[in-house]
Design a binder for this molecule. Structure first.
Ligand code: HEM
Length: 511
């Protein structure tokens, strides 16, 4: 009996502990948001959430309103869907709502990089220095040169006959922007090492092509990898690709490159100064490649696709681009010099700016997540207050709360290139819901502590891509009645959406 009792108590404690972890005892306390644990213990709603996040959130909104807590794979997430109350989430102090804990775990799972936890300052400082102001101009210039090299490679302007090339638009756009973006940030092959400018360019073409193919393979594994549900064979493939990138982007390789960007360079040096091992810094380079390339290429595709699909938008942007080019005193000529598309020129394109913003509204769907570090009170715009528990997480999906909200953006599923323009042609920033001004009317870059530090560069990249495509090429969809492809809903929450199928298009040099 004396032996049996502790065993029994231990067994009971284990059962109760297990049930606790499964969420069996969790109840909504007074003042807390409605709690929906779902039917499957511990897993909660994760399957429905993953299958179609928007549909799931819509269903929860119908059931519970604008704020609710759901169980997802062992975590309790409180979602805020009220666009007027997002400021509370965005501006809450990091002592209460913390981005870094969640981000660190995700980065380790996806890229094998173990953060020391003290690198945020370095990221902010380096990005502020090299992704804005004069640093941004240097990077934008590099992007312009690399983009033209990539785009005009394999196009022949020597004959008088117009030759059309055919390709898949998603692959074409993603590849062009990835390759040029990669070369601009991680540097070009060294002319000294390769022996000549031509040979260095060839090496850049070949290497960036290989990297793009591996990147795309990884890209497709990321959603399941992030949720930890990758089958063993794909897990092995993910390990192989990660190792490939750690080597391809290693500090040793970078040392013999020309034109490595100051952003990447300072990130490496800064980490060395923090005492981080070189092998770990190599892994961080994959994080930088991912954040800088994973969203820009797909967004470039959507932008060009929407313009090709909407002739009135294409005509307005084309006219603006031609005017800016003419005002700069340049023209595109056969055998003429490459055009010098400056930051200054990119600042004179309000119509293109609006088209970019509209594209991102329709196709950028990041899930913003914070860990709750202290018990806290969530104050809603309508005066309601909710108690939020320490240890839970809070989340906002702007795509569902804001971007597709018909009260803020009428006819929200349609592409309207001038949605972000005032009648006088200036940038429109006044959007309303129920007569109240909405501060966060579009959030493709996230917000608050985790807001994308590369947004100015990314914006320039998208504009450069379209600008150059329009001045160098005539473009058309192979099928003029092509429908806008559906979005791959499995990527909701992971940033730029992908189309479920690619689109055939044709392009031909204009000169
Ligand atoms: C269309 C292109 C892009 C989109 C839509 C985009 C969007 C975002 C979003 C939503 C986040 C925040 C994620 C979160 O809160 O969890 C983020 C983070 C980040 N982005 Fe971008 N991004 C783009 C391009 C770029 C580029 C070109 C760079 C760099 C050159 C960049 C660098 C970063 C970095 C370093 C972070 C991490 C910030 C942190 O940890 O605090 N992004 N991006």
């Amino acid at each position: 009996m004396t032996l049996l009792l502790p065993i029994l108590v231990g067994f009971l404690a284990a059962v109760i502990g297990g049930l606790y972890l499964l969420g069996v005892f969790r109840r909504q306390r007074p003042g807390e948001p409605p709690l929906d644990k779902g039917l499957i213990p511990w897993m909660g709603h994760v399957l429905e959430f993953r299958k179609d996040t928007i549909k799931f959130l819509d269903r929860m909104k119908q059931k519970h309103g604008d704020v609710f807590t759901v169980q997802l794979g062992g975590f309790y997430l409180t979602f805020i869907l009220d666009p007027l109350s997002l400021g509370t989430f965005v501006k809450e102090s990091p002592e209460k709502l913390d981005f870094n804990t969640f981000a660190r775990n995700l980065v380790e799972r996806l890229f094998g990089y173990r953060s020391l936890g003290n690198e945020k300052q370095l990221l902010m400082k380096t990005s502020h220095k090299h992704l804005r102001g004069p640093g941004l101009e240097v990077l934008t210039h590099a992007m312009m040169c690399n983009l033209q090299n990539v785009m005009l490679h394999n196009t022949d302007s020597s004959t008088d006959q117009k030759t059309w090339l055919e390709d898949r638009l998603f692959k074409y756009s993603y590849k062009a922007v990835f390759r040029a973006g990669y070369l601009s940030l991680f540097g070009n092959a060294s002319q000294n090492c390769e022996g000549s400018v031509e040979k260095a360019k060839e090496k850049d073409q070949a290497e960036s092509e290989t990297l793009f193919h591996e990147f795309r393979k990884y890209d497709q594994l990321v959603p399941n990898l992030a949720y930890g549900v990758l089958p063993p064979r794909e897990k092995m493939e993910a390990e192989r690709i990660k190792a490939f990138f750690w080597k391809a982007l290693s500090m040793q390789k970078m040392k013999i490159k020309d034109n490595i960007s100051r952003w990447v360079w300072d990130m490496q040096q800064g980490r060395q100064e923090l005492g981080i091992k070189e092998s770990m810094i190599d892994r961080y380079m994959l994080v930088l490649l991912w954040v800088s390339q994973g969203n820009t290429g797909p967004s470039a595709f959507w932008l060009l696709f929407f313009l090709m699909k909407h002739p009135e938008a294409m005509a307005a942007v084309r006219e603006e681009v031609n005017r800016v080019l003419k005002e700069s005193g340049q023209e595109v000529r056969r055998d003429g010099p490459l055009i010098n598309l400056t930051c200054d020129m990119l600042m004179k394109t309000p119509i293109l700016d609006s088209a970019v913003e509209e594209t991102l509204r329709l196709t950028a769907a990041p899930l913003l997540v914070r860990s709750v570090l202290q018990d806290m009170t969530l104050k809603m715009a309508n005066g309601c207050e909710y108690r939020i528990r320490k240890g839970d997480r809070m989340a906002v999906l702007p795509y569902s709360a804001v971007h597709l909200n018909p009260e803020i953006h009428p006819d929200p599923h349609s592409f309207k290139y001038d949605r972000f323009l005032n009648p006088d042609g200036s940038k429109k920033t006044d959007f309303y819901k129920g007569g109240k001004k909405v501060k966060y009317y579009s959030m493709p870059w996230g917000a608050g502590v985790s807001m994308c530090p590369g947004r100015f560069f990314a914006n320039n990249e998208l504009k450069q891509f379209v600008f150059l495509m329009l001045v160098y090429f005539d473009l058309e969809l192979k099928n003029p009645d092509e429908k806008t492809p559906e979005y791959d809903v499995s990527r909701l929450g992971f940033g730029a959406l992908h189309p479920v199928k690619d689109i055939q298009f044709r392009y031909s040099l204009r000169f």
